[in-house]
Design a protein around this ligand. Structure first.
Ligand code: NAP
Length: 370
């Protein structure tokens, strides 16, 4: 599921971090707190403490936080909603920076589009709601995804046939290597399937501060995915409005995904695998009813939930407190008391079994902070 967003910069220590003052540090209006518990900053509700923690409410805070990390030769990690992050039981030895940069503005353009600028620390679904209220098309299928605006481009969140990258005009970042603000065009973000430049080592120095979307007033909504199509067929609606599409997505998600207020989870734990057509042809001889979707030239996407359910028989199963959600096995849940170590061990088992049964090497979508 869409996520907490991260920029992770590792600096050099040999084995343990250098000794620094054990008290909280005041940097102007921003406080750097020591030994800060991270459990309530991620949706799994798991993990130890950060050696240091601060909340960055603006660019200046961000700069101060990064300088602090450099000065003390510690690594830093930027977190948004913590909805795509598994935090190690031993915590994090560096500085965790919670990106809380706010602000949303709308600017109508002569060509009929509206530019929507949103601070990286804004709640993602609140932003989607605001765009839908203004009848702007583009983000409605991404309704109900947890996390922040800054997290959306990192993994190019996608749902019901729409990826956020297709509505983004540019991403403003603070480059922690050069210490300057940069504007990355959509092309420079290299959006791919649940992927972007911000996930690869080359882009890790970019801390997202603002995202600019280009949305159309009352454009055509996308209802090609089965759940949405069936929903509107039942209602006899051929071309739903943006508001109707958002309502439908929220309702469908409610029936399929756990409520983060009640259940510890990071949503989909793995990415759906994309394989070559040739590989898929061989595999489909063994698994005749395996569903598949075209995923670009010569590529096929296989819903991993189907493999976990029908091939591995994992749906609804538990290993201790780590369970496969009964309605969607791609979602791992902490039913209470699970440690990060337990989740990682279960995920290793899943990766190994899927490889053994199908030959597919699956990848985690959730990032592990240790
Ligand atoms: P679903 O609709 O039951 O579909 C199962 C899988 O098949 C999905 O993962 C989807 O791939 C793929 N699929 C279905 N219809 C397709 C079509 N017409 N063309 C191409 N691919 C198709 O999936 P679900 O588990 O209920 O999830 C609903 C949507 O929410 C999905 O799009 C899912 O990806 C999204 N979601 C996103 C995140 C995230 O961004 N981290 C987390 C949870 C769920 P895709 O995954 O490529 O859509």
């Amino acid at each position: 599921m869409a996520g907490g967003w991260h920029s992770h910069k590792t600096l050099l220590w040999s084995s343990s971090p250098p000794a620094i003052n054990r008290n909280n540090v005041e940097l102007g209006s921003m406080i750097i707190e020591e030994n800060f518990p991270l459990k309530n900053l991620n949706t799994f509700k798991i993990g130890g403490s950060a050696r240091y923690f601060c909340v960055a409410e603006n660019l200046e805070d961000l700069k101060k936080a990064v300088r602090f990390a450099y000065k003390h030769s510690i690594s830093f990690f930027v977190i948004g909603g913590g909805s795509n992050t598994l935090i190690s039981d031993g915590g994090y030895k560096g500085l965790v920076i919670k990106n809380s940069i706010k602000g949303v503005s709308f600017e109508e353009q002569k060509d009929g589009t509206t530019l929507v600028s949103a601070g990286a620390g804004e709640n993602w679904d609140d932003l989607v709601q605001k765009t839908v209220e203004k009848e702007l098309t583009g983000l409605e299928n991404l309704s109900g995804i947890p996390g922040t605006v800054g997290g959306a481009p990192v993994q190019n969140i996608g749902a019901y046939g729409v990826e956020v990258g297709s509505s983004i005009l540019s991403v403003e970042t603070f480059n922690s290597e050069t210490m300057v603000v940069e504007i990355l065009s959509v092309k420079q973000c290299f959006f791919g399937y649940r992927d972007s430049i911000f996930k690869n080592p080359f882009g890790k120095s970019h801390i997202i501060t603002k995202v600019v979307f280009s949305l159309k007033k009352n454009g055509k909504t996308n209802i090609i995915y089965r759940d949405l199509k069936e929903y509107f067929e039942k209602k006899g609606i051929k071309e739903p409005s943006v508001k109707e599409a958002r309502e439908a997505v929220l309702l469908i998600r409610l029936g399929k995904f756990p409520d983060l207020n009640e259940t510890g989870t990071a949503g989909s734990f793995f990415k759906n695998p994309i394989v070559s057509e040739e590989f898929f042809k061989k595999l489909s001889k063994k698994f005749l009813d395996m569903p598949f979707f075209p995923a670009g030239e010569g590529k096929i996407k296989i819903p991993l939930a189907w493999i976990l359910d029908k091939v591995c028989n994992f749906k609804g199963k538990c290993f201790g407190s780590v369970c496969f959600y009964e309605k969607q096995p791609l979602v791992l849940v902490n039913t209470g008391g699970a440690k990060a170590k337990d989740i990682m061990e279960v995920s290793e088992k899943i990766i190994a079994l899927v490889k053994e049964k199908t030959g597919i090497e699956i990848e985690r979508e959730v990032q592990f902070l240790k």
